[in-house]
Design a protein around this ligand. Structure first.
Ligand code: FAD
Length: 386
């Protein structure tokens, strides 16, 4: 039996995305009673891939997630970076292996639904309660009380806000934060998943079945592709200038429109795109850095995790990985609580440990933008070779 806290706090988590589930698992492992309130009627990760890097896969391994998650994970894939025309710029056959050996944890490609389902199952196993279909509409930062849209009040010793980029908690926490409203970055992502059973072209089938990570860098755009679920699906993310209306953050896209944007790119990429029937368009959005991630008062009892406090551009694949780190850190600090009066101290330590790192990664994702496009083609290629 792992060590547990001497007291049992009632902890409320708002949001059952990756950050909320991560915080719930580690907090429950520390011996506290956790209930997650989720607006959606069930788990609702989108059907797409996610890259899990060693900083978080190490944590996921420690949590003892189901074997079926690891069985469906792609952990070994060579890396190839190409110019948009298809010319090979960099390749590394041992990319995943080297990272795994260096950090003693896998660099892996997962299906988001598989990851979220495994986290949920582990949280349930640890006794975490879930209230789906419960949208929280207000939070009292002094008392730790939350109010649902239907007017039900619940009080906890600690509230963990894990309600994502459009966080209601953040809006209530910083009601006059006019500069911190979600803003477009100027890019959008087309997200595509192709399944092997719908592809006949033998060369494309071979690309998917023998997992690899591919990246194409072109004018103002880039594409990342990798295999999922042991080489039975291909995930593609195509980042390109945002042409969605200002008030639309996501919508179904047109496969023909996407193909037209990439028609001069690598022929093999175009053969994959020819297999696409439906595609989603996501505006890439950022928010200004928050000054505090915790509510500081005598009864400090409120903390942010994940996209609610540090939404990130996907250029370093760190949004969910950082969210998993957040959950692990806040939950582990709560292991050392001996009285409720120490919650404030734990939250202060959480903020000290996590905020500089989270804010630094956000800044670095913006620096990566120029490396992922050929707007400055000479520099990017040289940077990649370094
Ligand atoms: C194109 C793209 C590719 C990406 N690729 C990667 C990658 O490879 N690796 C990586 O680490 N990251 C990646 N990311 C980032 C990653 O997806 C996010 O950082 C991560 O999913 C955020 O998780 P979260 O739990 O904080 O927020 P969310 O996933 O947004 O979850 C928030 C949850 O809170 C619920 N909620 C919201 N409001 C309320 C309310 N009022 N009451 C109750 N519930 C509420 C929502 O329904 C939702 O379930 C990518 C992002 C994009 C856009």
């Amino acid at each position: 039996m792992p060590p547990q806290s001497d007291i049992h706090l009632d902890v409320i988590v708002i949001g059952a995305g990756i950050s909320g589930l991560a915080a719930a698992i580690e907090t429950a492992l520390s011996g506290h009673h956790v209930v997650v309130f989720e607006a959606a009627g069930g788990l609702h990760e989108i059907g797409a891939g996610i890259i899990i890097t060693p900083n978080s896969s190490r944590i996921l391994k420690r949590w003892g997630l189901s074997d079926s998650l690891w069985a469906s994970t792609t952990e070994s894939a060579p890396l190839a970076i190409r110019s948009y025309t298809g010319r090979l710029l960099v390749s590394d056959g041992d990319f995943c292996k080297t990272l795994k050996e260096r950090y003693n944890a896998p660099f892996a490609f997962l299906h988001r639904i598989d990851l979220q389902t495994a986290l949920y199952a582990r949280a349930k196993e640890l006794g975490v309660g879930f209230q789906f279909g419960t949208r929280i509409s207000n939070v009292n930062f002094e008392t730790g009380e939350i109010i649902s849209q239907s007017g039900v009040k619940t009080r906890g010793d600690l509230v963990i806000a894990a309600d994502g980029l459009w966080s209601l908690c953040r809006a209530h926490f910083l009601p006059r934060d006019f500069e911190g409203v979600p803003r477009p970055t100027g890019d959008l992502a087309y997200r595509v998943v192709l399944t092997l059973d719908r592809i006949e072209d033998p060369e494309l089938r071979e690309w998917i079945a023998n997992p690899r990570m591919s990246m194409w860098i072109g004018p103002k755009s880039h594409v990342v592709g990798y295999s999922l679920r042991k080489g039975t699906e291909l995930n593609l993310v195509l980042v390109t200038p945002d042409d969605l209306p200002a008030d639309v953050s996501r919508q179904a896209g047109s496969a023909d429109e996407m193909r037209a944007l990439f028609k001069n790119w690598d022929p093999i990429l175009n053969r994959f795109l020819a297999c696409v029937h439906s595609v989603k368009k996501w505006k890439l959005i950022h928010r200004k850095e928050m000054r505090r991630w915790i509510h500081t008062s005598e009864n400090s009892n409120f903390v942010f995790v994940g996209d609610s406090c540090h939404p990130m551009l996907p250029y370093m694949a760190q949004g969910a990985n950082s969210a998993i780190e957040d959950g692990a850190v806040i939950g582990r600090l709560l292991l050392h609580i001996q009285t409720k009066y120490q919650i404030g101290k734990a939250l202060g330590m959480y903020e000290q440990l996590r905020k500089p790192r989270g804010d630094a990664i956000v800044k670095e994702t913006f620096r990566q933008v120029s490396r992922h496009t050929a707007t400055h083609s000479r520099r990017s290629t040289a940077d990649i070779r370094e």
